[in-house]
Each structure stands twice: as C-alpha cells, then as structure tokens.
Design a protein around this ligand. Structure first.
Ligand code: NAD
Ligand code: THR
Length: 439
C-alpha cells in the first residue's frame, strides 16, 4: 500500500489531467505552430495563451507590452520543502528571489525528455503556468506525466536559430533551460547528429542568450569526465579528456559557456548531473539507463539482463533531487557563484547493489544476468563518485535521496504504474467480453 503522498498519486493525477478538455487547446496550439511556425504573430502571440483555466490561474495577471505577465504577488512561490517521493520538486532550500518582482519567463528546450517534463511541471508550479514555455521537436503524448497540459508548448528545433529567436522575442523570455541533447549511448550510434544537436544547438541558444541578455542553464554530465579523470570523489576541477562523442560535446558546452560568461557577461550556469532515476518518465538512451530498466523488468519478469558488469559504480541521483538542485542553481544570486559549472552528486551504486536491494526488500528470488555491451566501455570511463562540496557551499545543494530511498521509490512507483496499466487493460477486456456476450 502506498502512502497518500506517494509519487504515484501525483503521477496518476498528472496523467489524468491529460484527459481534460483543455488538452484540446494544446493540440490546436501545437498544430498551428508546427504547421507554419510563426507565420503570423497574431496566431502565436503569447497573449493568446490563457492564464485562466489552469490550476495556477492568476486573476492578477497583467499585460506588459504584448505579453501577459503574471504578477508575482499573486503567484506564491512554493517553498522548497522536503517531500520524499514526489517528482514535482520540493527541497530543503529556502528561496524566494522574486518576492518583490515578477517571476521569470522561461523557455525549456527538449522539454519532453526524461528531465524536461519534471522540470517544466516544477517551474510552472513556482512561476505560473503561462510563464514557462515548453518546447521540443516532437508532440506531447497522452501517456506523458505533464501536470499542466494547458500550458504553452511550441515546436522548437534548436538547430533553427531564427525560430528560437522568434520564440524568445515573442514570449519575452528571460531564462532558457537548454535540455535538448543526444545522450551517451544514442550519441555513440549517431555521432554526426550528436555533434549537431549537442554543439550547434547549444551554440545557437548561447548566442541568443548573449544577444537577448538571458540567463542560460545547460546541464553537463559525469560523461564530461574521461578515463584519465580520478575515479573516486572526482573534484570540479580535474582532468577532462572524455573519449565519447557525448562527453566531448559536453566539455565544449562547459568551456564555451564559461567563455561567454567571462567575455560577454552571459549568465551561464551548469551542473554535471549523475545518472538520473525516475519511474514515470523514461530515459532517453544513456549508459545509466540500466538503473531504471531494472525496476521495470524486475516487476514484469522477476529477472533482468544487465548491460553493465556487477561492480560498475556510477554516481546516481533521484529526479526530485535533480530538479530541486537545478531550480536552486537557477535561482541562486549570481554573486554567490564562484564558478559556472558545478559537480552535483547524491549517491553512488553499482548493478549488484541494486540486485541485492531488490532481493532483500522486495523479491528474494530476483534473477540478475550480466551481459555487458558497448555501454560498459562508456561507464568504465566515468567517475564512480563526485565531490560536490562547492555546490553545497556556494548555493546550498543538499540531496535528499540515498540509494535505499531511490530503490524504494522506484520499486513502488513502477509497481503502481504497472498495476494501473493492468487495471486499464482488464477494464477494456471485460468491456469487450460484455459486448461479445450481449451480441
Ligand atoms: N537523464 C540523465 O540521466 C542525464 C544525466 C546527465 C545529464 N543529462 C542532460 O540533461 C539534459 C536532458 O536530458 P534528458 O535525460 O531529459 O534527455 P532526453 O533524451 O530524455 O530528452 C532530450 C530531448 O531533446 C529533444 N531533442 C532532440 N533533438 C532536438 C532538437 N534538434 N531540437 C530540440 N529538441 C531536440 C528530444 O526530442 C528529447 O525530448 C541533456 O542535456 C542531458 O545531456 C541527463
Ligand atoms: C549520465 C548521463 O549523462 C546520461 N544518463 C547518460 O548515461 O548518457
């Protein structure tokens, strides 16, 4: 039995919201923008985005220029308080940097990925639905746990500079969270596309940040380190010679972001995320994906063929911590930052640790097989644990989920999702049987 506050409860609510009629608005908006991006400013004018009809509807919304702004006073910023197992973020940091100003207007690229959905949900809770513009190159689907489907969503290919600029101008964007990327395993299979999306896409967004004076957050990764990097407690400043195309693109991102910060004063911020675990959004093709797949397979078949060796230790983090930390850094005063790229760690585990935890806590006869593939070499080139003391000192970073918490929340979350899916299937089955019997 799950606690009332379990992540599954939120997730089901979020999914249920996708069925409300307001979803039609989203589909219409998407159809307009994908058919003829910005053919007419009237069609895509941000004023067309309703601020009512959402759970964050703000009666005090005011119009500034052509954009409906949400008054800060009527948009209470959520205190970031600890709520274990809740994917819409909350953490221990106390922060309300916009108490006397309007909230920022944020564009999130790659917003339909594993992390983008969770971040957009959280930012909309904090800044108001209409102030967070979600974007991607694919369509949002009904199975995604989007909490505010009525919120603005636009097509945005990060390789299309004029399109990005149009979005930034039309929506009067203040901050960009740049999540579009190809992850490590996918990038190794498509190096040319990875160079294009991860490098050219980032350069486009960074240059737009310079031109339009935006704050820009672009995550780096443990993949930015390489085989010569010290493995244990890896510091912020160390040898960075990655041997994957993903890692190379991320080092480029770190260095170019720092250059733009020093040379042009661009407010560039970044963290090196570990592998991120979530149960209601699926990973996009990385080396750490095993730590999510294992729960889905264990619950379906009571076994898992792991593509990494049993003792492959990697830094890992639960998505709630990831999103909380990201928001903390986004909102931190610039003066508190002593560097622009930070390690952000939580815990470190290996496949054998997860297998043991699953056996001990949930399924004593769980069967784990180890069949390492090309991802083993990638994992072997990454650190096992991170030193994130600078993030803790500079902007108050503190993770809440250790390995045991992650195992519990992942097992329960996936179990509940499977139960819900089974119950939907049996309802359909009994309906079909009912129709057949009455025929
Ligand atoms: N998930 C992790 O474990 C993890 C760990 C470290 C760093 N990161 C970084 O965090 C960011 C987000 O990762 P994620 O896990 O959500 O990735 P993801 O693969 O799940 O999502 C990436 C999104 O980018 C979109 N995209 C691809 N090409 C695009 C283009 N040309 N224009 C616009 N969008 C495009 C995809 O449609 C997808 O929705 C990435 O920069 C990734 O490197 C993720
Ligand atoms: C670590 C991170 O960058 C991503 N999860 C990957 O494995 O590619």
């Amino acid at each position: 039995m799950l606690a009332r506050n379990s992540p599954f409860v939120l997730s089901r609510r979020a999914v249920a919201r996708l069925t409300v009629p307001s979803r039609r608005f989203l589909s219409t908006k998407l159809a307009q923008t994908t058919a003829t991006p910005f053919a007419s400013t009237t069609r895509l004018s941000p004023t067309a985005i309703p601020t009512t009809g959402s759970s964050n509807a703000n009666p005090a919304a005011s119009t500034i220029g052509s954009v409906t702004r949400t008054a800060a006073a009527a948009t209470p910023l959520l205190p970031l308080s600890s709520t274990a197992g809740q994917q819409r973020a909350s953490s221990t940091a106390a922060m309300a940097p916009f108490a006397s100003q309007r909230p920022p207007r944020v564009l999130v690229t790659g917003s339909l990925g594993q992390l983008g959905i969770a971040l957009v949900n959280t930012l909309r809770d904090r800044y108001g639905v209409a102030n967070v513009i979600a974007s991607d190159v694919r369509k949002p689907t009904a199975d995604l746990p989007i909490a505010h489907p009525e919120g603005p969503f636009v097509y945005a290919d990060v390789l299309n500079y004029p399109l990005l600029e149009r979005i930034i101008v039309d929506f009067q964007i203040d901050w960009v969270v740049h999540y579009s990327a190809l992850l490590s395993a996918v990038a190794e299979k498509n190096p040319a596309q990875a160079l294009s999306v991860n490098i050219t896409g980032f350069q486009n967004v960074l240059e737009l940040a310079r031109v339009h004076k935006l704050r820009i957050f672009c995550p780096s990764t443990i993949g930015a380190f390489g085989p010569d990097t010290p493995k244990q407690n890896t510091p912020d400043l160390t040898i960075m010679k990655p041997n994957t195309i993903y890692g190379i693109t991320k080092v480029h991102c770190e260095l170019l972001g720092e250059y733009y910060n020093e040379k042009f004063g661009v407010d560039f911020r970044s963290v090196r995320y570990p592998g991120i675990l979530s149960y209601d959004t699926m990973p996009g093709g990385g080396t750490t994906d095993y730590a999510i797949d294992i729960f889905h397979q264990a619950l379906r078949t009571n076994s898992y063929n792991c593509f990494l060796k049993p003792d492959t230790y990697l830094p890992m983090m639960y998505i709630t911590d990831c999103i909380n930390g990201t928001v903390q850094l986004l909102e931190a005063p610039s003066t508190s930052l002593t560097q622009r790229v930070y390690n952000m760690g939580a815990d470190s585990f290996c496949p054998a640790d997860l297998a043991t935890a699953i056996r001990e806590q949930f399924s004593p006869d769980f069967q784990m097989n180890y069949i390492p593939d090309t991802r083993q070499a990638i994992a072997d080139s990454w650190p096992a644990s991170l030193d994130d003391s600078r993030a803790r000192t500079d902007w108050g970073w503190r993770p809440e989920f250790q390995t045991t918490d992650m195992v519990k929340v992942m097992w329960n979350g996936v179990a509940q999702q499977l139960a819900a899916a089974n119950s939907r299937t049996s309802k359909v089955k009994s309906k079909v049987e009912g129709v057949a019997a009455s025929a």
